[in-house]
Design a protein around this ligand. Structure first.
Ligand code: ATP
Ligand SMILES: Cc1cn([C@H]2C[C@H](O)[C@@H](COP(=O)(O)O)O2)c(=O)[nH]c1=O
Length: 204
């Protein structure tokens, strides 16, 4: 499962809670993130002020393919549920905010595996701008209300594009839904995809 969405929509907090809930239900879970913790991913994550535009788009895509080959596919093959904080949708949005044409981004990501579930968290830009202001920005992609509005519009467009590419999108608006509700929606969908938790007695 991948989880993308607007800065401040709740990706990191939601991923942490989903992991906790799935683990307590008896699932074997592997949590990861993009950019990954591999060398290439660290360069991308810490280099967003150095690299931009096409260079950053290629860097995050290269890390994505390496991540798939060396971590995600092996973990799935070992029978674990992989939760990945940020994936292809983030490139469709952030690299466009960085001036890269959508055709280039689509081509770069065309061979990336389609996840079993692609969660996209959105929220009212006024709310994400406030959350980012209170929490502090993580990168130059996070700013005030203007940036948040542009990001929200790009996510709407990205959801359409990825649905056309057969991504199984679960879009959740976190403006008014508490984290527990958001987590509930995601774990319910995962239970449907896996035909229920491994040990029902643990969920009682
Ligand atoms: N459903 C929610 N309702 C209210 N507040 C939330 C919700 N989800 C997250 N938050 C709060 O919003 C802030 C941002 O959350 P979080 O860091 O998880 O977002 P994020 O999408 O991972 O952001 P980034 O992309 O910058 O890492 C945090 O203070 C968090 O507690
Ligand atoms: C997956 C992905 C990431 N990035 C950039 C955007 C941010 O600077 C970091 C991620 O940090 P965060 O704490 O998760 O916000 O990586 C990108 O530009 N494109 C991508 O596809």
């Amino acid at each position: 499962m991948t989880i993308d969405g607007m800065g401040g929509a709740g990706k990191s907090s939601t991923t942490g809670h989903v992991r906790h809930q799935l683990t307590s239900q008896g699932y074997a879970v592997h949590t990861t993130t993009e950019p990954s913790y591999a060398q290439l991913g660290e360069i991308a994550r810490h280099g967003t002020d150095t690299y931009s535009g096409h260079a950053l788009a290629c860097l995050v895509a290269a890390d994505r393919y390496h991540h798939l080959a060396t971590e995600i596919r092996p973990q799935l093959a070992a029978g674990r549920i992989v939760l990945c904080d940020r994936y292809v949708a983030s490139s469709y949005v952030l690299q466009r905010m960085d001036g890269v044409p959508i055709d280039f981004i689509e081509a770069l990501n065309a061979a990336a595996d389609i996840p079993d579930l692609a969660v996209i968290l959105t929220a009212d830009p006024e709310v994400t701008a406030r959350r980012i202001h209170e929490r502090g920005a993580h990168s130059r992609f996070e700013g005030g209300i203007t940036t948040c509005r542009a990001e929200a519009e790009l996510y709407v467009d990205t959801i359409d594009r990825l649905i056309r590419l057969n991504y199984p999108i679960l879009a959740i608006d976190t403006t008014k839904s508490a984290t527990e509700q958001v987590v509930g929606m995601i774990t319910q969908r995962i239970a449907q995809l896996t035909a229920g938790p491994p040990d029902e007695s643990l969920t009682a």
